[in-house]
Design a protein around this ligand. Sequence first.
Ligand code: PLP
Length: 386
Amino acid sequence: MDNTSYLELDASALHNNFEYIRNRLPERTILSHVIKGNAYGHGVGQFVPLAMDYGARHFSVFDSFEAYELKQCLGDHPARIMIMGMIFDEQIEWAIENDIEFFVFELHRLKRALATARKMKKPALIHLELETGMNRTGLEKAFWPTAARLLKEYEDCVELMGFCTHFAGAESIANHIRIRRQIKRFRRGVSRFNEHGVKAHYHHTACSAAFMRFPQTHMDMVRIGIMQYGFWPSMETYIATEGASENPSDPLRRVISWKSRVMSTKRVDKGDYVGYGTSFLATQDMQVVAVPVGYGHGFSRSLSNSGRALVRGERVPVIGTVNMNMMVLDVSNLDNVETGDEVVLIGQQGERRIDVSSFSDYSDQLNYELLTRLPKDIPRYVVNAS
Ligand SMILES: *Cc1c(COP(=O)(O)O)cnc(C)c1O
């Protein structure tokens, strides 16, 4: 198979990030590795075995399809799988059968899970997600008494694994009043259930940003996604923790690199346009290269005339629009760029590095978005394995 670009996963970087996270975690707190979105684009098939080598034993996914894929990957290994989001009614039986834990945020799903478990004579492993203010998923307060009653009534059909909730943007200080309110509501919600004699093994609320900013959210388990891959949930989160020191140095290391090669080089005369339309005008004679990666490969069109790449150890700009399969880079400031030269789209080359977020000044959400848009079928290689 021909591939115009490939990804490298740096095993030593992953190890570093796991250590950084674990060192900030109370001993008894479980680290759940969030691997939704094909492990944030890193590739479940490559990421999970590596994570297991470095001690990962609990994984969070979004839906039952991802759970199924992970299950294939784990084989007989008893690592835990937790579904945080979508699960079709028809798949609840499969989840129970395979000891897969799942979030419940509606009475409908609760009833369905309990009934299925009773029929199967095997307890459902449930995490009850409480609505605390995000207003996305989460069981609303009005339903708590009914849920508590059902959980008591079906005691033999359920292992209440956890009470949980999710914060509405802990990566931004602007949301912190709302987050604090959520923490309070969560605590109150748990007490409410406890008063009805309903207790869970674990309490968990933290994503990466909450994990860094609100230690009180660590509880019995944290659900860490973006940080384990070496990215900060936002610049704010970084500055608030590490960046405020005299000599800020990033304790996280990016796991992923994305590389391709120059496919063609050419001269462009001053006054000519480059690429489709008129979005880029050469204001001087230029040397440009075409790179065989475009939005069809996950390199966002929003990086037209604003993205960066590394060629011959230097940062060079994307000029013109990003096409389906190609983009053009301005290499006028470099000597002797040749067809076949390595192009780094994300990662390190020589002294320089390109982060996903340094692609542009758009929101930090670009990290999450660009990573998860990396196609499944780009080859992924593990490097620096110990
Ligand atoms: C994605 C997700 C997380 C992890 O978020 P990060 O910011 O990547 O750490 C945690 N909990 C839930 C419910 C999620 O959907």
